[in-house]
Design a protein around this ligand. Structure first.
Ligand code: AMO
Length: 435
């Protein structure tokens, strides 16, 4: 009576010992010992060994259906096995997979693995990484909603860049020049005028020419913006609470995935250490004799600074604050001097480092119309290209700030994945547009 049986998931088998159930999933592995066949069926919840006879098994990864009796079997994965009564191929694989999906390690060129991503993404480690990312995004949403934030959705086809710099992808918008959005920055600020506290989880686009382990051309940006703040400290406090909630959720939702990948979930301190960029540069120079090039921290300086805070304060996280004007975009709010006047060269922009790399930029933004226009002029930007944005500051925008977390960088660093490309299902890099 196949039709009458509802589908059972692998993880629920213990509840059905002695009963007949129906599993549907992928043929994870198969072994034919003459008269007896062993097949392992994988579904979203796990794997189950099934034993039958006289079966003609299709290629691995075929979609299959097995009806059989649940038997306790201490040596089987999960402690139960299915005695096959009926076996059906739902959709047969027509080619062997390029790598063995059940194997933890594949001894192949990583590029080849990405070429065949449509099926290698089913790999054990690949699935685990993407599952962790899905759960961290879910926790991000849940926590923010709990704090009264509203989810927004902003355009990814835009008329001007939000972040400055040359890394914009131009597109042809019915004969008009347009770009793929680098960030929801300007729109999330506008939406503070509507909901006060907003967030967005969406892909953004950066035309990065260089191939590094931390840059993608399309990445998942987890954005936050909030109004009526005192200064950027309020924003960092929020990110601190948010990260604590995310890690707490991962502990319960993804323990299996972390164990499988040999990764540990970090403790988030109640107060993540904060150090100004000036002090950070000095520390890295004095303690590690590393001369920092440029206005920002270079990747080596980020790594050393992180190492310092892990060793001295047991924190995998550190906020680097008070960035110089020259290292931040035009919308960043100036810091105040000791006498209360606005600083010409220091901003209220910050970064967050996690296990050696920047996972967040954020800060307080300019909310005063005239100040914004002066900033646009000082950055030598064309005010007319930013009109659709700057207009809103004529309509009573409150002091506000926010930040963005790169989901792939956070996922990669959480799981010890060496390159952000493997923290995305279908990465876009300098040379890769498919699959
Ligand atoms: P920023 O440009 O620093 O700031 O980006 C924020 C975070 O996004 C991630 N990220 C990337 N991840 C993968 N590939 C890339 N090419 C890439 N570029 C950036 C990083 C980074 O910390 N609008 C501001 C945020 C804000 O102030 O709210 C912004 O986009 O994790």
């Amino acid at each position: 009576m196949t039709q009458a049986l509802e589908r059972t998931l692998n993880r629920d088998l213990p509840q059905f010992e002695g009963q007949t159930v129906k599993l549907q999933g992928f043929l994870h592995a198969r072994r034919d010992l003459g008269g007896v066949q062993f097949l392992v069926v994988r579904d979203v919840s796990g794997i189950t060994q099934c034993v039958g006879s006289g079966l003609s098994l299709p290629l691995p990864e075929s979609s299959v259906e097995v009806v059989g009796q649940v038997k306790a079997h201490p040596k089987a994965p999960g402690g139960f096995e299915l005695q096959v009564e009926q076996f059906k191929v739902i959709s047969a694989a027509t080619e062997p997979t390029p790598v063995e999906i059940p194997k933890m390690e594949w001894n192949v060129n990583p590029e080849t693995m990405l070429d065949y991503r449509v099926v290698t993404v089913r790999g054990i480690k690949e699935r685990a990484a993407l599952k962790v990312q899905a759960e961290l995004v879910a926790a991000f949403r849940d926590h923010l909603r709990g704090e009264g934030f509203t989810e927004i959705s902003t355009p990814k086809i835009v008329s001007a860049g939000a972040e400055g710099g040359a890394n914009l992808f131009p597109i042809d918008y019915f004969g008009q020049p347009a770009y793929l959005a680098q960030s929801p920055q300007l729109y999330k600020q506008i939406m503070v005028g509507v909901f006060e506290k907003v967030f967005e989880v969406a892909a953004v686009y950066r035309a990065e020419e260089h191939a590094t382990s931390r840059h993608l051309n399309e990445y998942l940006s987890m954005d936050v913006e909030m109004g009526f703040i005192e200064d950027e400290e309020d924003v960092m406090d929020l990110e601190n609470r948010l990260l604590a909630a995310i890690m707490q959720h991962l502990k319960t939702a993804c323990a299996k995935e972390f164990a499988l990948l040999g990764a540990t979930i970090p403790e988030v301190p109640t107060h993540i250490p904060r150090i100004t960029l000036m002090e950070a540069r000095q520390l890295v120079t004095e303690k590690y004799s590393h001369q920092v090039g440029g206005k920002d921290l270079d990747p080596e300086a980020e790594r050393l600074l992180s190492q310092h805070f892990t060793e001295t304060q047991g924190s995998d996280f550190v906020f680097v604050t008070k960035y110089p004007r020259a290292a931040r975009p035009f919308y960043t709010h100036a810091d105040h001097n000791a006498d209360g006047s606005l600083s010409a060269d220091t901003t209220r922009g910050f970064d967050l480092l996690f296990r050696g790399i920047e996972i967040t930029s954020g800060g307080q933004r300019i909310h005063d119309y005239q100040m914004l226009m002066d900033s646009i002029a000082a950055y030598k930007l064309k005010p007319e290209t930013l009109e659709g944005y700057s207009e809103v500051f004529k309509f009573g925008m409150p002091p506000h700030g926010g930040f963005a977390i790169g989901a792939e960088r956070l996922t990669a660093k959480l799981l010890g994945i060496a390159n952000v490309r493997y923290a995305r299902a279908f990465p876009r890099d300098r040379h890769r547009l498919t699959p």
